[in-house]
Design a protein around this ligand. Structure first.
Ligand SMILES: Cc1cc2nc3c(=O)[nH]c(=O)nc-3n(C[C@H](O)[C@H](O)[C@H](O)COP(=O)(O)OP(=O)(O)OC[C@H]3O[C@@H](n4cnc5c(N)ncnc54)[C@H](O)[C@@H]3O)c2cc1C
Length: 449
């Protein structure tokens, strides 16, 4: 690690995976890093909490085999041996039935669409899996919506019954705005997770939850001198003054740094720095997010026989059911069965503001459709977790509207989930983002020397 005689002070706003990674990398490079996290805990959207029998994420999490940056980081900070790669069972719910979707063979067996349409789905999926992420071929997908491209190539019936229903379920009234690039990348990544075309998918999970990674990152940061300030939110960031310092207004008073990396959802930077130039502010403010309304249930028995259940039925109020203990054995949680029930919604949707008990009631009333035997007596405990910024909406030609990491104000950097593109957001890309922006900060300081 290079020793700086007078280390530059770098502030990091946000202690999610991107912020923790950036702080650790910058500290390794010799900077004096302070990290402020508004909440009392680290991990952001990937944070975990204590449940009977162990720890679990507030929102379900796993890794794909294509997630190389996070795996490399886990090994570097000493928790790589806690990663397990396990087969997963994916299924699809439509009109009262659960269909397995573990491999392309299952897709060909799906009875909700006629055989010819199933073959079309198979060919289209195969084609998308082979459009590489390197090079420019995928760029044609920036200019067309997933709705248009998929209904053209699948036919309206097959599209509506399958991917169309999923797009509508995930993006609601905005489903028709989503660029094909988003959809292509999802398919592409799922292929990368498979050891072979007809092989079952392997997914990664930290033995003991993603808190293993989060705690190791905090420890690695501390070992390298990061000054962590949990429970402290940032309200304002002022541009460099005549002493070349940035004043950061925290809930606990002002602090001075030489550079700052902001890792919060994009519109929050606009609030913290309304003095940014108007065109950059426009980019920040025009980023639209979907919220998530997630219920975690502790049951006394399994709900379904599958890990990941996509709900293609618009009558149900949720779009995915993730039965964690069909991925990691319930025996590892003292026999408790854990099931997430989630939907992505518009930020103004009532699910994000209604009383938690009402949301529980609403979701539970639909579970008998997935398992007719389900009764409320199976539920030992439940938790509701919600966020207004769960998933950015990636519309057409997003590369023209994506805010730059180097903001127009010197020494102020942005490393936000909505800048991940063309890949979809995820913990792996939060790691790459944190590392990339730490590299930009270092490059800019090196130029000044
Ligand atoms: C339902 C759901 C399921 C998911 N499933 C997966 C999955 O299976 N696999 C996967 O890899 N990823 C998954 N993700 C995505 C993954 O969680 C995120 O991509 C990743 O955690 C984002 O990390 P981040 O650091 O960029 O942002 P965040 O986690 O949003 O971190 C930002 C941090 O900034 C803090 N902050 C905000 N404002 C301030 C302020 N003013 N001052 C100080 N601090 C502030 C916040 O408290 C937060 O801790 C899922 C997300 C959701 C919502």
């Amino acid at each position: 690690m290079p020793e700086l005689s007078h280390p530059h002070r770098v502030g990091v706003v946000g202690g999610g995976i991107a912020g923790l990674t950036a702080a650790y990398r910058l500290a390794r490079l010799g900077y004096a890093v302070t990290l402020w996290e508004r909440s009392d805990e680290y991990g952001g959207l990937a944070a975990a909490f204590d449940v009977p029998g162990g720890k679990l994420e507030k929102f379900y999490h796993h890794l794909f085999m294509s997630d190389r940056a996070i795996v490399a980081l886990a090994h570097e900070i000493g928790c790589g041996d806690r990663l397990r790669w396990l087969p997963s069972q994916n299924s699809y719910y439509s009109a009262g039935q659960i269909y397995s979707l573990a491999s392309p063979i299952d897709l060909l067996r799906l009875p909700v669409v006629p055989l010819l349409d199933r073959l079309r789905i198979g060919f289209v999926t195969l084609y998308l899996q082979h459009v590489p992420s390197r090079g420019d071929r995928w760029r044609e997908f920036e200019r067309i919506t997933a709705w248009e491209w998929l209904s053209k190539w699948l036919g309206t019936h097959a599209f509506e019954k399958t991917f169309g229903a999923q797009l509508r379920a995930k993006f609601g009234p905005r489903a028709k705005e989503i660029a094909m690039v988003w959809f292509w990348n999802k398919i592409y990544l799922r292929t990368q997770s498979r050891p072979g075309l007809f092989a079952k998918e392997l997914l990664g999970y930290f033995d003991g939850s993603f808190s293993v990674l989060v705690d190791s990152l905090v420890q690695a940061g501390r070992d390298n001198g990061v000054d962590f300030r949990p429970g402290v939110g940032i309200t304002h960031i002022a541009a460099l003054d005549q002493d070349n310092a940035i004043t950061i207004t925290t809930d606990h008073g002002p602090e001075r740094v030489d550079a700052v990396v902001v890792t919060t959802p994009t519109p929050l930077l606009a609030r913290m720095m309304p003095e940014l130039p108007a065109d950059y502010l426009d980019k920040l403010r025009s980023t639209v997010y979907q919220g998530a309304a997630c219920l975690l249930l502790r049951l006394d028995r399994p709900l379904t026989g599958t890990y990941w259940l996509n709900i293609a039925d618009a009558d149900l109020p949720f779009t995915v059911v993730v039965e964690h203990t069909n991925f990691i054995d319930a025996a590892e949680y003292d026999g408790n069965h854990y099931v997430y029930v989630n939907t992505y919604v518009d930020v103004n949707h009532r699910y994000l503001s209604m009383q938690p008990a009402e949301l529980v009631d609403e979701y539970l009333s639909y579970l008998p459709q997935l398992n007719p035997e389900f009764e409320r007596g199976w539920v030992r405990e439940s938790w509701v977790f919600r966020t207004p910024a769960a998933q950015p909406i990636i519309g057409l030609n997003y590369s023209d509207r994506r805010p730059e990491h180097r903001t127009p104000v010197d020494a102020v950097y942005l490393a936000s989930m909505s800048q991940i593109y063309p890949e979809d957001r995820g913990t792996n890309y939060a790691v790459s983002l944190g590392e990339h922006v730490a590299g930009l900060v270092d490059e800019d300081f090196q130029k000044q020397r």
